[in-house]
Design a protein around this ligand. Structure first.
Ligand code: FAD
Length: 383
């Protein structure tokens, strides 16, 4: 009899886990409460940007994931809008220059060939940049994809390998027998499996609460501005130095956690983010935050003053206290796994997450050191 695995959650993480499991000899069923990519995966940016990652376990994961992305369109037989246009972190003053010089040094040691270029060189790459940009980081390997297309492509490829996808099917309970998970309850029906993988992003705490397991994942809201369609003005991903500080929660003079992240979609709209706020599950956008993001964007790209916004939206990053995802079996409950808490890195880390979870479940081992991602780092004895 084939091993049966149930994946809960149809975001980019759950669909990736389902796809890589479907490549093993197991029966996979994915349950999604709404539709594929209905959660954070449809309200985010599109960067596979390694420069924004702090050297350490996340960057090591991201390096492997970025490599997997280079062949993913071929493997999934789908257009993911993958583009390797490079990336820049803009430097506007001496303080940022010092911080980024130190970060780049660490990244070089970690194997990223990022360099610091002067303002003139930055404007050669992006002629529309403001003269106030004194320098920038540059790495030609940063890339981007369409997160929703990727989630749907993972699903289609998994279905080709006989995975079952159940939509509008919210999991209401995990079925436990003698410290082992044996299945789930959805729409008043019980479904049984050998292993369950919870990939429910910011809703993971709620799902695990039903069996009294506390998972410290909370929503960290980010707001994004969408412009009218423009001719191609940007081939690379742009971040500001303050983005890095906001991500790492440095500095308290930035109450909305504003740090610029700008990219252009295939259809021509610019996505201009963003903010980082802990406001629970409040999805509204705040005119003060939107105005502040717009002001900061115009400072670095003055031409934006003449560009129309067409809408704004917000999304919830699944935040963990140490900024690392949880990719782990739950020690108290045999057969139960979690793949969630990727904060602002879930798009970049999706392929490697799926691959490692499939290995963990089917082979009980991986080639990667998984200890930093264990749920046990949050249990009482480790606090
Ligand atoms: C503003 C913003 C910008 C970002 N930009 C980037 C970026 O440029 N690059 C990057 O790498 N990352 C970025 N991220 C982060 C990235 O979007 C997330 O890390 C990623 O989308 C998380 O995916 P997920 O599958 O874990 O969660 P989700 O996409 O939220 O998926 C979880 C799914 O679980 C389902 N679900 C919940 N409860 C249940 C239940 N009980 N039963 C069944 N299904 C359930 C939900 O409906 C949802 O579809 C950004 C995030 C935000 C908010």
């Amino acid at each position: 009899m084939k091993q049966k695995v149930i994946v809960i959650g149809g975001g980019i993480i759950g669909t990736s886990v389902a796809y890589y499991l479907s490549k093993k000899d197991v029966e996979v069923t994915l349950f999604e409460a709404k539709d594929i990519a209905a959660g954070t995966t449809s309200s985010c940016d599109r960067a596979i940007m390694l420069q924004s990652k702090k050297p350490g376990p996340t960057l090591e994961l991201a390096l492997q994931s970025a490599k997997m992305y280079t062949t993913l369109e071929l493997e999934l037989e789908a257009d993911l809008e993958y583009q390797k246009g490079g990336g820049m972190i803009l430097i506007e003053n001496e303080h940022e220059l010092n911080v980024m010089t130190e970060m780049v040094k660490q990244q070089n040691q970690a194997g990223l060939n990022v360099s610091i270029i002067n303002g003139g060189h930055a404007r050669e790459i992006n002629p529309l940049l403001s003269k106030n940009i004194i320098a920038s980081t540059w790495w030609s390997e940063d890339a981007e994809i369409n997160p929703m297309s990727t989630a749907f492509a993972f699903v289609k490829a998994a279905q080709r390998r006989n995975a079952k996808i159940k939509l509008n099917d919210e999991v209401q309970a995990l079925l436990i027998e003698k410290n082992r998970v044996v299945g789930i309850k959805a729409n008043k029906e019980n479904y049984y499996a050998d292993n369950i993988v919870v990939c429910t992003g910011v809703w993971t705490k709620k799902v695990l609460e039903t069996i009294e397991i506390d998972v410290p994942i909370i929503p960290r809201k980010g707001e994004i501005l969408v412009t009218e369609r423009l001719p191609r003005v940007l081939d690379c991903n742009i971040l500001s130095g303050s983005y890095i500080a906001a991500k790492l929660q440095k500095g308290n003079d930035n109450p909305y956690g504003i740090g610029l992240a700008i990219g252009q979609t295939k259809s021509g709209s610019l996505l201009i983010g963003g903010s980082r706020e802990f406001v629970g599950f409040d999805h509204s956008t705040n005119s003060k935050v939107i105005r502040e993001i717009a002001k900061r964007a115009i400072q670095v790209f003055p031409f934006l003053k003449h560009v129309h916004l067409i809408r704004t939206f917000s999304g919830f990053r699944p935040f963990t206290p140490d900024n690392l995802p949880i990719l782990s079996e739950v020690p108290e409950v045999a057969g139960l796994f979690i793949a969630a808490g990727h904060e602002g890195d879930g798009i970049a880390l999706a392929p490697i997450t799926g691959k490692l979870m499939a290995e963990m479940i089917c082979e009980q081992k991986t080639d990667f050191e998984m200890k930093p991602f264990s749920i046990e780092r949050f249990t009482k004895n480790n606090c």
